[in-house]
Design a protein around this ligand. Structure first.
Ligand SMILES: [Zn+2]
Ligand SMILES: [Zn+2]
Length: 114
C-alpha cells in the first residue's frame, strides 16, 4: 500500500529531473513479501464480502454450489464449471442452491453426504 502511494506520488510529481535521480527506488517488492490484498484496485469491499462474489469471475454470486464447499458462483460460471465442456466429471453431479447473503454454511451442510 505504501509502495503504491509512493509511486502514485511520484507519478504526480513534476517530472523535472527526478527520473535521473539514482535515489528513486526501482525495485518492486516481491509478491511473497507480504500478503497482497485481493482486489484492492477494484473495490473497497472487505474480506467478508468475498463470500458474496462468484469465485470464478468475482461478479455478484447468484448460486452456491453445495458440492464445491458452498462456494459462491454466478449462474454463468457455475454452468461453465459444472455443465459446460470444461466441467470436470465429478463436478457434474454438484448441486447448487440459490445464493443468499446470510451465512448458512453449517445449516446447508445438512444436505451433503446423503
Ligand atoms: Zn462468475
Ligand atoms: Zn460444484
Amino acid at each position: 500500500m505504501d509502495d503504491i502511494t509512493a509511486r502514485m506520488a511520484a507519478l504526480r510529481a513534476p517530472t523535472d529531473d527526478s527520473f535521473s535521480l539514482p535515489s528513486v527506488p526501482s525495485s518492486k517488492p516481491s509478491a511473497g513479501d507480504k500478503p497482497v490484498k485481493r482486489l484492492t484496485s477494484k473495490t473497497d469491499y472487505t474480506d467478508d464480502d468475498i463470500d458474496t462474489w462468484c469465485t470464478v469471475c468475482l461478479n455478484d454470486a447468484t448460486l452456491r454450489c453445495l458440492g464445491c464447499d458452498d462456494d459462491p458462483y454466478c449462474t454463468r460460471c457455475w454452468r461453465e464449471m459444472h455443465i459446460g465442456p470444461a466441467a470436470a466429471f465429478d463436478d457434474r453431479s454438484h448441486k447448487a442452491v440459490q445464493f443468499t447473503r446470510a451465512r448458512k454454511k453449517d445449516q446447508q451442510r445438512v444436505a451433503l453426504g446423503a
